[in-house]
Design a protein around this ligand. Structure first.
Ligand SMILES: Nc1ncnc2c1ncn2[C@@H]1O[C@H](COP(=O)(O)OP(=O)(O)O)[C@@H](O)[C@H]1O
Ligand SMILES: [Mg+2]
Length: 353
């Protein structure tokens, strides 16, 4: 059934946290409670992916990279909400927290105390640990203590590569040792699991670490810009497309890495309601985005006043507030992600040559 997120035939696909009421599960669109049985052949990729939805000839999953300059853009909210939405529906994935502020790590249930003695993203970067040694089962907080059994509930089908304050030194580490530039390539080439998407939550700038990751993206992968609808944020999208062009140019003709990161999607968050205090900026920026980026624009994510609670509560949005307009909108966004994988093949300025 075109337009629906296909379900995997696996155990995890049936389980979901009790907090998420049945009626908001987006696969249950006819309200019957039945799982919709999608016709995958009509949905996806016209034969370019294998039965695990993986680009052909590749042992690693799709990569969705949430990147744009500027903190507070909504990268982490979008990355974690989309990853959790997919996981609740049975799509296994890994969120890579590449930011030293550890935001997605926090939202997915781990703080610095919980991570004591554990490996993090920085160990991957230094080649001191494998993905399976670093990735932890994503979870969300249900109690006030630190007991892994009592105070946390697992999020099935989702793992998180925890971030670390040490990631603030990642650019320097690569500058000092050129071999480190291959760290993400090594993670991908040695990958053996059955995840469907790697969700990459980036820091707020474009240094050597983001470069080392972005050059591993191919045309099937997606660079996703998640921004608030204010004019300053919109300007940053052009800087992102310039940066992606730079990465593509630098790697043109290079046979050892794909080198084709492409702006595939743009998410505008907090667009409605019009009572929102920043409504004037939003009104000005939304038409600009529609004019400039319509070919990559996903459905809008509306404003949810409690969205920031994901950090203090350590619970991702689709579980904390499953009925909020933002959660409903993220489900629609995920449906689009799967339904139109080649949104960028439109001849627009943002597609690769
Ligand atoms: N749909 C939304 N409605 C209202 N506020 C939002 C929404 N999405 C995100 N926010 C808020 O925007 C702020 C920045 O989001 P965050 O995801 O942390 O950005 P980034 O990862 O780019 O730094 C947070 O306070 C978050 O709660
Ligand atoms: Mg963030």
């Amino acid at each position: 059934m075109a337009g629906e997120l296909p379900r995997l035939k696996r155990e995890g696909a049936k389980s979901k946290p009790e907090e998420a009421p049945e009626e908001v599960l987006y696969t249950d669109t006819d309200g019957s409670g039945d799982t919709l049985d999608p016709d995958l052949s009509s949905l996806w990729w016209y034969g370019t992916v294998d039965s695990q939805f993986r680009p052909k000839g590749r042992n690693w999953p799709l990569i969705w990279a949430y990147i744009i300059e500027g903190g507070g853009s909504t990268k982490t909210t979008s990355a974690t909400s989309m990853a959790v939405t997919a996981a609740l529906d049975g799509y296994p994935g890994v969120v890579f927290d590449l930011d030293s502020n550890m935001s997605s790590t926090t939202v997915l249930g781990y703080d610095e105390t919980a991570l004591k003695g554990r490996k993090t993203a920085i160990d991957l970067l230094y080649g001191r640990a494998t993905l399976d040694e670093v990735a932890l089962p994503a979870r969300y907080r249900i109690g006030d203590g630190d007991d892994p059994e009592e105070d946390f509930e697992p999020i099935e089908n989702l793992r998180v590569v925890p971030g670390s304050p040490a990631m603030a030194g990642a650019d320097l580490a690569i500058a000092q040792d050129a071999d480190r530039n291959d760290w993400f390539a090594e993670v991908l080439r040695s990958y053996e699991g059955d995840d469907m998407v790697f969700y990459l939550d980036f820091p707020a700038g474009y240094g050597k670490m983001p470069y080392s990751v972005l050059r591993m993206l191919d045309e099937e992968d997606s660079v996703i810009a998640s921004i608030k609808p204010d004019p300053k944020a919109v300007k940053l999208v052009k800087r992102l497309t310039d940066e992606l062009e730079r990465v593509r140019d630098k790697n043109r003709g290079c046979r050892s890495v794909p080198g084709r990161p492409t702006l595939k999607r743009l998410i505008l968050t907090g667009t409605e309601p019009p009572t929102w205090p920043e409504q004037v900026a939003a009104r000005r920026a939304t038409p600009t985005v529609e004019a400039m980026y319509s070919s990559v624009l996903l459905p809008y994510i509306r404003y949810s006043a409690d969205a920031e609670k994901i950090y203090e509560d350590q619970v991702p949005l689709p579980i904390l507030l499953p009925d909020s307009v933002a959660s409903v909108d993220y489900r629609e966004v995920m449906r689009r992600m799967w339904a139109f994988p080649y949104l960028n093949e439109c001849g627009c300025d943002y597609c690769p040559d």
